[in-house]
Write a protein of this length. Structure first.
Length: 458
């Protein structure tokens, strides 16, 4: 091994000759090795250094191997420990494994046997550290503080997330498309007691009704045409964790009934099976529909609603928290900078323009718009002329114009008026956005708004 950073191993044995032999062998195998002649010396070294592994004799004066193991696991639980013991002390060694030792080796041993155990112990440690890192990254990413906003409306959502994370009650998240319902669901899961268990999402509109049952509950081989093998359902995959049912309002009534029975009995039955499986799953559902109206229209079961809707959380649309738009813009610029290495800033005037627009696609639309703007802008500072506002406004304006059967002149009048409103009446900026000169804009205003121009001239 010629790694840049060698794994550091501590050998603990009052038999210094044996410790030196073991050290020399491990060094030739590419490890960085230190020796401690007793437990007290070992603790001092471990407290002041970064060891990956300790190999300790079981029988030592003053502090034996079991006592040392206990001390290591309380001080540095990430350090793996291998015990070396005489044949007659195997029961004690097994007890050590139960208390956190990775493995034990009996004397006399073949030195290559220790090498195999050392490598496996270090592989286990690396995997655990990687998993811990990934888990911390996920928890950091989905911490409720990462749901951006300072408005009172979003602060209420923060308070609810913090409250419901601490219990296991079912939750329904209400909100328009693009408001971040799944982000809220993940924040609830990763800030709660189930954070180390699975979070399993499924979109109830993305899978045909006939297949959704199999996705949720699984099926046995031969349950239906095409079921060539057994399949584990999402309820089982989410066991002890959280199942996120996105767009629950689109689930068919038949499947709603089966979901209700699962919530009541805490058991599932795979499609085609006579056996039941006990599950412990928290349900977080989300919808952009009004479930009370869906109940009145006979599209949603009232009994299922009361099982799911223990704690309702409503995410306000961006139109109701416009004071969050500047904060979101800065967040997205910072995110793009970190993820793509493209750093831009934005002028206050451009922020004001974006804050006054109607974002029907909510936070998701704003994020996409900012990313597109960053990629298209050739300057370091994004200003009003750099905003691809035609992408954000004309698609809606055209759609509305078609419905209203507007003439081309009427459409041009509405569009110019919208741009002027966006820039606070600044005709120079409006002309830049429209791609025309100020003189041309003046002529168009004179033609399209004759009364207003006359008033100005007077």
């Amino acid at each position: 091994m010629n790694n840049e950073r060698k794994d550091r191993i501590l050998v603990v044995d009052d038999d210094i000759e044996m410790a030196e032999v073991l050290k020399d062998f491990l060094v030739t195998e590419g490890f960085d090795v230190a020796i401690a002649k007793n437990g007290k010396e070992a603790i001092e070294l471990i407290e002041n250094d970064n060891f990956s592994l300790a190999i300790t004799d079981m029988k030592m004066p003053e502090m034996n191997g079991m006592q040392l193991l206990k001390k290591i696991k309380s001080e540095k639980p990430e350090v793996e420990v291998i015990m070396i013991t005489a044949f007659g002390s195997i029961e004690t060694a097994v007890e050590a494994v139960k208390k956190g030792a990775y493995h034990y080796i009996t004397k006399p041993f073949k030195i290559k046997e220790i090498l195999l155990v050392v490598r496996k112990a270090l592989e286990k440690q690396k995997l655990q550290l990687e998993n811990a890192y990934l888990r911390n990254e996920i928890e950091r990413k989905y911490n409720f503080h990462n749901i951006i906003g300072k408005s009172s409306a979003i602060q209420k959502v923060f308070d609810l997330i913090q409250l419901v994370s601490e219990n296991a009650s079912n939750v329904v998240i209400y909100g328009q498309s693009g408001t971040g319902k799944e982000l809220v669901a993940k924040a609830i899961h990763y800030n709660g007691k189930r954070r180390n268990k699975p979070f399993v999402p499924i979109n109830c509109t993305a899978i045909p009704e006939g297949l959704l049952e199999s996705e949720l509950f699984g099926h046995v081989k031969g349950a239906f045409t095409g079921a060539v093998g057994a399949k584990q359902g999402l309820f089982v995959k989410a066991n002890s964790g959280t199942l996120f049912l996105d767009e629950i309002g689109d689930m068919g009534l038949g499947l709603q009934g089966k979901l209700l029975r699962v919530l009541q009995d805490r058991v599932i039955r795979p499609v085609g099976s006579v056996e039941t499986i006990t599950i412990d799953v928290r349900i977080i559902a989300a919808t952009n529909k009004n479930l009370h109206e869906e109940i009145e229209n006979k599209n949603f079961r009232e009994d299922l609603f009361y099982r799911l809707n223990v704690i309702p959380i409503t995410i306000p649309p961006l139109s109701e928290r416009k004071e969050d738009i500047p904060v979101l813009i800065e967040h997205f610029l910072d995110k793009i900078s970190k993820e793509q290495g493209v750093r831009k800033t934005i002028s206050q005037e451009a922020v004001e323009v974006l804050s006054n627009l109607e974002w029907k696609g909510n936070v998701r639309e704003l994020e996409n718009f900012i990313e597109r703007t960053v990629m298209l802008c050739k300057k370091d500072v994004i200003e009003i002329p750099d905003l691809p506002l035609h992408d954000q406004t004309t698609s809606r304006d055209i759609s509305d114009a078609i419905k209203k059967k507007l003439t081309l002149e009427d459409f041009e009048r509405d569009y110019i008026n919208a741009i002027l409103n966006d820039v606070g009446g600044n005709k120079q900026k409006a002309a830049e956005i429209l791609g025309i000169s100020s003189r041309t804009l003046y002529r168009k205003e004179k033609r399209l708004f004759p009364g207003e121009e006359d008033d100005e001239e007077e």
